[in-house]
Ligand binder design. Structure first.
Ligand SMILES: [Zn+2]
Length: 331
């Protein structure tokens, strides 16, 4: 390793970081499946190889669900997976995570939502603050889910909500009132948009859901007025560069829109999305941005700072972590 890359590695590893776009089920440590059944789950499966690309979102989603349902069958299993996943995050100097759990698992496994949230939160080690977001799909308002989704604003241990899954499905009428109630209750309201859908999906998230936290949002560059609006309104894009490469949102990472977004003044954070499927960690993300997209240390530091600035941490902790990043940059 050259001196420059060793320095970069130390910097990336050393600065405090956040993850604010991370799906619990998609963050299942793959080694847990191998430990559970090595015959069924090879140590190095095809989809975790660095050059693997998913043919499309549905292939990815199917693979994710097929693997996740093998593990997540109880609140205890959520706790065990999160313990392992959070320990690794602490070792990478991640201090704050917003992780989204797939609310429809409540229906699949018949476990109470708040119980799963408690299982996730109680796995948080010292030094890592965990917020839990409930994720739902655009066509998920089933008879069983309806009373659950309509009451999310009253769940005390739920920190926010998110809309994910197949982005090309229409936004249904039941969704905006849920977003409004949760917003009024002080919860974080997110929406996956501008990944497989175009700018229209981002406008929808802003205007119909009142969301200022867009998951991905990277296709906003197809509409310059939208990019300006995101910057002017201080919306935050929780971007996952390697996920975008592996799902071929852009042909290669070198074609990613992040540089254009940053140069236009849009606030972005950097995240891993579904490390079970992409075999990535947060260091891989920052490293790729430096080495393949030419982002400077100051710019990497700014991504990390953005994560803290838009976190739910106490003001004093935010200041502390941001000053640690500034100190690392001043060295
Ligand atoms: Zn996502």
């Amino acid at each position: 390793m050259s001196k420059n890359s060793a320095e970069l590695e130390d910097f990336i590893r050393g600065i405090p970081k956040t993850e604010t776009h991370l799906h619990v089920e998609g963050a299942l440590p793959y080694e847990l499946l191998v430990e559970m059944d090595g015959a069924r789950f090879p140590a190095d499966p095809f989809f975790r190889k660095s050059d693997y690309r998913y043919p499309g979102f549905v292939d990815f989603e199917t693979l994710l669900i097929d693997h996740a349902v093998c593990w997540f069958d109880s609140a205890d299993r959520y706790h065990l997976a999160c313990k392992r996943m959070f320990e690794k995050m602490v070792s990478l100097n991640i201090k704050y995570v917003e992780t989204s759990f797939h609310l429809h698992m409540i229906e699949f496994i018949g476990v109470d939502g708040p119980e799963i949230i408690s299982a996730i939160k109680s796995a948080a080690p010292e030094g890592l603050e965990v917020r839990v977001i409930g994720g739902m799909v655009r066509n998920g308002y089933t008879e069983v889910m309806r009373p659950i989704l309509d009451n999310l604003h009253q769940w005390e241990n739920l920190d926010g909500i998110d809309l994910h899954g197949q982005e090309w499905l229409a936004l249904e009428d039941w969704t905006p009132p849920i977003w409004k109630r949760c917003r009024d209750a002080g919860k974080i309201v997110k929406c996956h948009a501008g990944e497989f859908g175009g700018p229209d999906k981002i406008y929808e998230a802003l205007d119909q859901l009142g969301s200022r936290r867009i998951q991905h949002g990277v296709r906003s560059v197809e509409d310059k007025a939208l990019v300006k609006r995101l910057a002017d309104e201080g919306a935050v894009l929780d971007v996952c560069p390697l996920s975008n490469e592996k799902l071929q949102v852009f042909p290669t990472l070198e074609d990613h829109s992040l540089r254009e977004l940053v140069d236009a003044g849009v606030t972005c954070t950097i995240n891993t999305d579904d490390p079970l499927c992409f075999a990535n960690d947060i260091l891989d993300e920052y490293r790729a941005l430096a080495e393949r997209l030419g982002f400077s240390k100051a710019e990497l530091g700014q991504f990390a700072k953005n994560g803290f600035e838009h976190s739910q941490l106490d003001a004093s902790l935010k200041r502390e972590y941001i000053s640690q990043i500034d100190a690392a940059l001043a060295q």
